[in-house]
Design a protein around this ligand. Structure first.
Ligand SMILES: [Cu+2]
Ligand SMILES: [Zn+2]
Length: 170
């Protein structure tokens, strides 16, 4: 077989592999929230939600323009002009998602922000879906960033201070 023909076969096989890989990635449903400042706070960011093969949803959050330290992040109901409570379809108390006895489905945790004002956070929640039944569906919920930390104890929302960033999950 000539080298040219071999190269052609190799190239074709590579392209099929690339196409297959890309297709495989796009099978995992994603949703995003563009986080925008509230009342001139200067906060911005992105939250990306990815449906996991084994069930559940991973969220990756990137924020900037915050003060250094811990900032609570939750999923709230409502709209960015009229923000509601923590998303709580299971009627539980506010709490800590990781290892907590009770927590809201919208409870996420605290983002650690550095001196550069930036922070990232990721988590996989097995009780979320993207477009599934309403009690698990994160679509159209709000990603809310707070001025303070979530203490995971105070009711009904962890004493996290003002709401300084908001984005709708779409
Ligand atoms: Cu909140
Ligand atoms: Zn809560």
């Amino acid at each position: 077989m000539k080298t040219g023909k071999l190269a052609f076969i190799f190239l074709s096989a590579s392209m099929v592999l690339v196409a297959f890989t890309m297709n495989k990635e796009s099978n995992n449903t994603q949703a995003k929230a563009a986080i925008e400042e509230i009342a001139g706070s200067g906060v911005s960011g992105t939250a990306t939600f990815t449906q996991q093969d084994g069930g559940g949803v991973e969220v990756e959050i990137t924020v900037e323009g915050l003060s250094a330290g811990q900032h609570a992040v939750h999923l709230h109901t409502g709209t960015c002009d009229n923000i509601g409570n923590h998303w709580n379809p299971t009627q539980e108390a506010h709490g800590k998602r990781e290892g907590g006895e009770q927590f809201h489905r919208g409870d996420i945790g605290n983002i650690e922000v550095g001196n550069n004002g930036k922070g990232t956070f990721s988590l996989t929640a097995d009780d979320w879906s993207i477009g599934g039944e309403e009690a698990t569906n994160v679509l159209n919920k709000l990603v809310i960033i707070h001025a303070g930390a979530d203490d995971f104890t105070s009711q009904p929302s962890g004493n996290a201070g003002d709401k300084i960033g908001c984005g709708v999950i779409q």
